[in-house]
Design a protein around this ligand. Sequence first.
Ligand code: ADP
Ligand code: MG
Length: 653
Amino acid sequence: MSMSTTPRPFAADVGRVLDIVVNSLYRRREVFLRELISNASDACDRLRWLSLSEPELLGDDPEFRVEIVVDRAKKLLAVRDNGIGMNRGELEHNLGTIARSGTARFLAEASGDRARDLELIGRFGVGFYSAFMVADRVVVVSRRAGEDRGWMWASDGRSGYVVEEAETTPPRGTTVTLHLREDAAEFLDPRRIEAIVRRYSDHIAFPIFLEVVPAPGESRTSLQARRRINRASAIWTRGPAEISEEEYTEFYHHVAHSFDRPFARLHVRAEGTLSWTALLFVPRTRPFDLFDPRRRHGVRLYVRRVFVTDELEGLLPRWLRFVSGVVDSEDLPLNVSREALQQNAVVGRIRRALVRRLLDELTRRARAEAEEERRAWLDWWREFGPVLKEGLMEEGEHRTRILEIARFRTTRDDGWTDLDGYLARMAKGQKAIYVLSGEDAGSLRHHPQLEAALARGIEVLLLEDAVDPFWLAEVKGYRGHPFVSLARGEVDFTGIGEARTEETAPLGDAELARLTARLKSVLGAEVADVRPSRRLAESPVCLVAPEGGLDPRLERVLRQHGQLREAPRRILEYNPRHPLLVAMAGMIGDPDRNPEFDELARLLLDQARVVEGEPLPDPGAYARRLGRFLARAVTHPPTATEAGRGNGEAGPS
Ligand code: ADP
Ligand code: MG
């Protein structure tokens, strides 16, 4: 193989990965073998499926296998498979750019701090590139099944790679040959190789053979004869009792390309009208692309032990897209296109059963009593709750089940609650579950719309996930109690809880009617309506959406995504007991004070917009107005009684 061609540089992000990998002192370097075997096994899986419709692809070699060949004299270690292989374009794309999610996540999190980055290699794996932890040169020779030319890819992991036609055309499949570094001689020891394969790759369903070419002078021991070193039975076909925790975890790493400890596992066999086996995993930490619209679940579909596809979207709903694993069906036809599978009724029935079983398992975890388990559930919920809640937008029996295990931020304390806990604590006379939705619970806690509820000791759930306003629009209630958003419609807490502040009204009905009318005439088309509020206790004003209108937060999201063009018109609610409003009521009837009233009305509307996080139509005008009133307030200091009120919101005297 001539290396006369100048190497082509790696894509920039591959270069970064390699830089870390090549210089790594990662202590579990042996995982490189797991990665290469995992790729070989995937390649066999893919060809087996293709060969169902194109049997000629297999030629006279129908037995899939992975071979590890150790050449002790030349210090070479090769992993060879007779799977699907790669042609020139595939070699360049798959090995020259970052094709896999694990590596991309590694990069996203890599910090440049060596010790930390090394730990990340262990958590995410870096796929094929991990070969450079132990090799200073890697040569890949491959031939795509059905094509007549073979290609060679070679690299030292630093200067780039070359791709050229292979000197001798290999049979189909791929051989990855590592020129081991001086410090990696341990991987020439067959016992070491065997131990690694048992530890990480025993679940691989294809036979893995080990063959050793002894160095001159070494005698060929029994250890060195070609022999099979794995069990080669699909892990999910074995009984749970014979599978160790480590084996499960290694299999999870293989299917999920994720290297955390799974949070939950489901290994079930269904027998009856439909027969299938599922081995599914729920991760503990978020995959980095969880909110990427292209993200799909990671469940591979097998039919009678034959891998069919890992792209059958219909196998699980999108709100379970963090789940990965294997489903093996006895009933599906093998010779059917992936497109036809999407429509298949059997797939629909398996999907329903999987959803039910997964929710059973999650519910079991959510209900656990032990303190440690409760904390584990909350940690998990914080990672995945926002995705699971997407399931609330879909009709179905799972709605209630998701609500049962959901956790929410609450005004009660800094912690989280479940809905049953909320129901148990409801105030006397309370029927509804009160909620307020916004970007973050911390600032929601001080939202004016909560004031009256808090003053009466009514607990409110604070919804901070982007998905919340969407499901709130669909889900009517929980155990017969409606969800009521404090950001919408009229709320009336009369008869609920206990009023802690005196509620005698300083303004009479006629004065209120005049104040309302006057505010309306100033603000005109900028608001849908003006009315005295029952939800405010301390703040002068707030904006709410009309009853039956969209939740303001939902409206905001829709507008951001260009789904709604027009700025919504809100109802301005004012606090009829606030000294500022009382003072404004007093201005009516004095024509001299009309301009002042108008200014204040506009200022209040802008203030309400600020609280809502709404953009101000004219921020400059707002700032000038505010400046004028503040100047007056400091040049006419408040009287002692006003200053002593403590809310600092005395109106201009
Ligand atoms: P991943 O396996 O997660 O996709 P890798 O870095 O391990 O990521 O491999 C990158 C890609 O290279 C694979 O997706 C596959 O397309 C290709 N590849 C690697 N090894 C082989 C192989 N032995 N046979 C066929 N394709 C392979
Ligand atoms: Mg891989």
